[in-house]
Ligand binder design. Structure first.
Ligand SMILES: [Zn+2]
Length: 75
């Protein structure tokens, strides 16, 4: 057990299983937990990206573009 003193033993932030910097999947215990963490981030940002305002708040810009006031026919 004395060897583990140098390994800075930490726990997987996903499942809590012990892991260490020597683990290629550190700070996770395995690639399964690492991918799960990535999935958490992806779903998290996806949720944030959803706009809170209702679609009705967006002004209809198509109406302005069809404005008949632009009469350049007066030559
Ligand atoms: Zn884990």
């Amino acid at each position: 057990m004395a060897k583990q003193k140098n390994l800075q033993l930490t726990t997987c932030r996903i499942c809590g299983a012990p892991t260490s910097p020597a683990n290629p999947d550190y700070p996770f215990c395995g690639d399964r937990c690492r991918e799960r963490d990535l999935g958490n981030w992806a779903s998290e940002s996806y949720r944030v990206a959803v706009p809170i305002t209702a679609e009705d708040d967006i002004p209809d810009m198509a109406d302005d573009m069809a404005d008949p006031d632009l009469s350049e026919d007066e030559t």
